[in-house]
Design a protein around this ligand. Structure first.
Ligand code: SRM
Ligand code: SF4
Length: 574
């Protein structure tokens, strides 16, 4: 490991989390004992911090919080479990397993996330071990789904769309495997693996890339295949843009320093779009990822967690500094970045025939929630499809689901099931809804300031007639909502965004780029539904009348003077 390790933070005392990680003996802490404690359904804060690396967060049902407090009961503690699959790919058997454990151990729903993972909510402490074991028995994992490590590597969900998609997907898998934590703690705690008594003996062997204190903060990687920017490559700490010339994958442009999270009223925190720094060959992507991660490991801020993301390391030290450091560690230089073009950052719905002759159907799943409702049995429908499907399922970066690799023989039967259960490609919705995302927020997210997933569909019901009247029903506009400024649905890149401020109140942002290339800007602060609709109405009408040929909503609001164009995250608040 480099002598520079933890160099950045020598001057300031490290945050509590750094000490917890250091003491944890490679993420063990006292988790094994804590899980055995039958007195409480909760776990101590130190173990909760470590639990994240194992793919889980302790939460409590916020809908029940006040009532339980009145009854002098401890909060209704429960756990969220995130299940990782690089590029979001699972087999029908794995889908059926997720369905089964959602019913058996969680709240009977599955959540498809904005990073192509699964989430289960409502697992109680006593069931955590069985749940994680069953996930692993099905060859999926929760390790490193959360925590200060590299997270799920995102990639276009359809490797069969073309040979190039397949190649890029394979590289995403290699990067993901290379950056997986190596600690045996996960196996010991959850899978009854053999115990390693003192792992401090050999740091290199334990965690050759991360070392004993892992990264200063979470780290995210995404790979885009133009013209689709579905992975929102500019929101990633490290991104790769496939460069296709003469129908072949030549390599990747490398992007660094994107990120969404910020805090309301704290200009030292801001969302940032990544910068394109050069080009590398396909076989160099793993090396670039490893060296970039080690630079963040050595220079990221370990004192102030709010300032610990890679985007701040780069903005504080300068992009030239980073490029030099990267070249030094690589021992070779990136080439000059090559031209590329993105059309959009949405999903492509409906049937597509792939290069392998098989069929792929992308379903619209509103805000990624898979559940059964009285008149819409989505979860049952998908279960029935999984029972006969011989291809795979693929989670998309926009919280949707692709039924992949359907043979011509099976297509008819799957179409019948899609029709029988009313599953949809979203064609009967407005293009705005088809381009919408909302984060989980209430009742499970402990950081939510306002509703998101449970509210956006209602708000959409009210915005859609406005669009219909203006003749904009089929106009593709990207809208996103989150319950707080952490940015889990990447709202700062949307053309219209609502970010929770307080119950029923949102900050409204306008002017993101349609292809996810530009941040938006605050338009109205702390407004409720009435004011949201009143604010949108004149803009929508003016857009309908005055937009230029092919002009996207986000570009129009800037040209019409509603908001200023944001060129860098450092200007986001100004
Ligand atoms: Fe996120 C924290 C949900 C994608 C930025 N995120 C959380 C937690 C775990 C809340 C907490 O810390 O207690 C949320 C759990 C809610 C719940 O009840 O399930 C949560 N994040 C999600 C998911 C499930 C949202 C969704 O609706 O799909 C996404 C899971 C992704 C995955 O499968 O790995 C999710 N989170 C994101 C993204 C989007 C992305 O990665 O493409 C971002 C913005 C990009 C970025 O990281 O810059 C994001 N989440 C955050 C942050 C702010 C980080 C920061 O830089 O400040 C937090 C809070 C934190 O880390 O302290 C956070
Ligand atoms: Fe929770 Fe905020 Fe993320 Fe929404 S954006 S899931 S409210 S942390």
């Amino acid at each position: 490991m480099s002598d520079n390790h933890l160099l950045s933070s020598k001057s300031a005392p490290h945050s509590d989390v750094e000490h917890i990680k250091k003491r944890s003996n490679y993420l063990r802490g006292s988790l094994a004992e804590t899980l055995e404690n039958v007195i409480t359904g909760s776990i101590p804060e130190d173990d909760n911090r470590l639990m994240k690396f194992h793919g889980s967060y302790m939460q409590d049902d916020r809908d029940l919080r006040n009532e339980r407090q009145k009854q002098k009961l401890e909060p209704a503690y429960q756990f969220m479990l995130r299940v990782r699959a690089a590029g979001g790919v699972v087999t029908p058997d794995q889908w059926l397993m997720m369905d089964r454990i959602a019913q058996k151990y969680a709240n009977g729903t599955i959540r498809l996330t904005t990073r192509q993972s699964f989430q289960l909510h409502g697992v109680i402490k006593w069931n955590m071990k069985s749940t994680i074991k069953e996930v692993n028995d099905a060859m999926l994992s929760t390790l490193a789904a959360c925590g200060d490590v590299n997270r799920n590597v995102m990639c276009n969900p359809n490797p069969y769309q073309s040979d190039i998609h397949g190649e890029v997907y394979a590289w995403a898998g290699r990067i993901s495997n290379h950056l997986d934590p190596r600690t045996r703690a996960y196996h010991e705690i959850w899978l009854d693996g053999e115990k390693v008594i003192d792992s401090h003996d050999n740091d290199q062997e334990q965690e050759p890339i991360y070392g004993p204190v892992y990264l200063p903060r979470k780290f995210k990687i995404g790979m885009a295949v133009p013209p689709s920017n579905d992975v929102d490559v500019f929101s990633q700490d490290l991104g790769y843009i496939a460069i296709i010339e003469d129908g072949r994958l030549k390599g990747f442009n490398v992007t660094v320093g994107g990120g969404m999270g910020m805090s309301h009223g704290d200009p030292k925190t801001y969302p940032q779009v990544a910068k394109v720094i050069g080009f590398c060959l396909p076989e160099q992507v793993v090396d670039v990822a490893e060296k970039t991660v080690t630079i963040q490991r050595d220079y990221g801020d370990r004192a102030v967690r709010k300032h610990a993301r890679f985007k701040y390391t780069i903005d504080d030290r300068g992009i030239e500094w980073f490029i030099n450091e990267l070249h030094d560690r690589l021992g070779w230089k990136l080439e000059e970045a090559r031209p590329y073009h993105f059309d959009d950052n949405g999903d492509r719905y409906g049937w597509v025939k792939g290069s392998n002759g098989k069929w792929h159907f992308t379903l619209f799943i509103q805000n990624g929630r898979v559940k059964d409702e009285e008149n819409f049995r989505l979860m049952t429908g998908l279960r029935e499809i999984a029972k006969i499907h011989t291809g795979d399922f693929r989670l998309t970066p926009n919280q949707n689901l692709l039924i992949g690799n359907v043979s011509s023989q099976k297509k008819k039967k799957i179409e019948e099931l899609i029709a029988e259960y009313g599953l949809t490609d979203g064609a009967h919705y407005s293009a705005l809804r088809r381009n919408s995302m909302a984060c989980v927020a209430l009742p499970t997210c402990g950081l939510a300031m306002a509703e998101s997933e449970r509210y956006l569909p209602d708000l959409m019901d009210k915005i859609e007639p406005m669009l219909e009247n203006a003749g904009l029903r089929d106009e593709e506009i990207v809208i996103r909502m989150t319950g707080c400024p952490n940015g889990c649905a990447r709202p700062m890149l949307a053309e219209i965004a609502f970010i929770g401020k307080a119950p029923g109140k949102y900050n409204m942002y306008l002017g993101g780029g349609f292809a996810g290339q530009r941040l938006n800007k605050l338009y109205k602060e702390n407004i409720g539904e009435e004011e949201i609709l009143e604010s949108l109405q004149p803009i929508v009408n003016q857009y309908a009348l005055e937009r230029q040929d092919g002009e996207h909503f986000g570009d129009f609001v800037i040209r019409a003077g509603y908001v200023k164009e944001v060129l860098s995250g450092q200007d986001f608040h100004s």
